[in-house]
Design a protein around this ligand. Structure first.
Ligand code: GLU
Ligand code: ZN
Length: 326
């Protein structure tokens, strides 16, 4: 039985997402939206691709709401994203994990890194960070002169040389190498405002949910090195990573709330899904255009990563809903 047939909101224990029985053949994927706005064409693309990749492998597909940064969130967006996924028949397994409920786990990971002697407080101001010479990497100022009283951020130290060289084969973007000490330097895992940083939370949650495959937008490719480093320091094997090209507008900007991406209209769910499949290079037959369930059923066995357009970006023009779709 595929878990598609399960209702998405089965009430169950709070760690339901850790125990999903014997389905999945070991593949656990996820879609991890931030509730900063409604689902738009860009986020639908990531949802569909991660869904198909997981379902083709008879894997689980989890949804995690990354509601870790209240000032950036929009009231009602989390719920609206979930309703929109349902309207497109993208049903997830188990309960939705909420990052806002996970602070203890992040704190534990922080303490583990602290005990490993890898962290230090930093009270550098934005202004100081801006004034650093050309290099994008933090200069380690507070590693040498740690502040004594809050408020401060917590940084994790990254080593020079081989130990700080993160490399992996990306599922879409090929071989990646990043020397962390050059690209970012010691990076923030707890912000000065007391919020846990995305980099820490995402790794702690990917570990807790047993994620084996990450499929997400190429805008997060440059976070992967930091995340691989945290997996390593927390003693865990990282998931396989694959960064899809993201949809960009004619100015080359990623579709997002900031670039005024239109929310998807659920009344046109089959059209939206059809278009997303086309953008992913999957050529769904026009006859199936009217029905999300049929489109997905057709796509799951045929999903082919190799047909996804190469590169980091897909031009929005190709996706203009006013254009004929064939
Ligand atoms: N919450 C992140 C976003 O919406 C995605 C995190 C991830 O997939 O690792 O951009
Ligand atoms: Zn500092």
């Amino acid at each position: 039985m595929t878990s598609d047939s399960l209702p998405p909101h089965t009430p169950s224990s709070s760690n339901d997402y850790l125990d999903l029985g014997d389905t999945g053949h070991g593949y656990i994927g996820r879609f991890a939206p931030s509730p900063t706005g409604e689902l738009h064409r860009g986020s639908l693309l990531t949802a569909v691709a991660s869904y198909l990749d997981a379902r083709q492998q008879q894997g689980q597909w989890l949804v995690r709401m990354e509601d870790l940064d209240p000032p950036r969130e929009q009231p009602g967006a989390a719920d609206s994203i979930l309703r929109s996924l349902e309207a497109h028949q993208l049903y997830w397994d188990g309960e939705v994990m909420l990052q806002s409920q996970r602070l203890e786990a992040y704190q534990q990971a922080l303490e583990q890194l602290e005990q490993q002697g890898l962290t230090y407080p930093c009270n550098c101001t934005r202004q100081r960070l801006k004034s650093l010479p050309q290099t994008p990497a933090y200069d380690g100022h507070c590693r040498r002169h740690p502040p004594h009283k809050p408020p401060y951020a917590i940084r994790v130290e990254v080593p020079d040389g081989q130990a700080g060289l993160m490399s992996f084969e990306d599922g879409f973007q090929g071989w990646q190498e990043e020397q962390l000490s050059d690209s970012v330097g010691d990076f923030v895992i707890l912000r000065k405002d007391g919020l846990f940083a995305y980099q820490l939370a995402v790794v702690v949650d990917d570990i807790a949910q047993g994620i084996t495959h990450i499929l997400r937008g190429s805008d997060l490719l440059d976070s992967s090195g930091r995340q691989l480093y945290l997996f390593k320091q927390l003693g865990q094997t990282p998931p396989q990573m694959a960064h899809l090209p993201v949809i960009v507008n004619s100015d080359g900007q990623k579709l997002s709330k900031q670039t005024f991406a239109e929310p998807l209209d659920s009344r046109h769910a089959p059209d939206n899904l059809f278009l997303a499949l086309q953008q992913l290079g999957q050529n769904p037959p026009a006859e199936l255009r009217g029905d999300c369930a049929e489109l997905l059923e057709w796509s799951i066995p045929r999903w082919d990563r190799n047909q996804v357009p190469k590169g980091m970006a897909i031009q929005q023009e190709a996706s203009n809903p006013q254009q004929p779709l064939s």
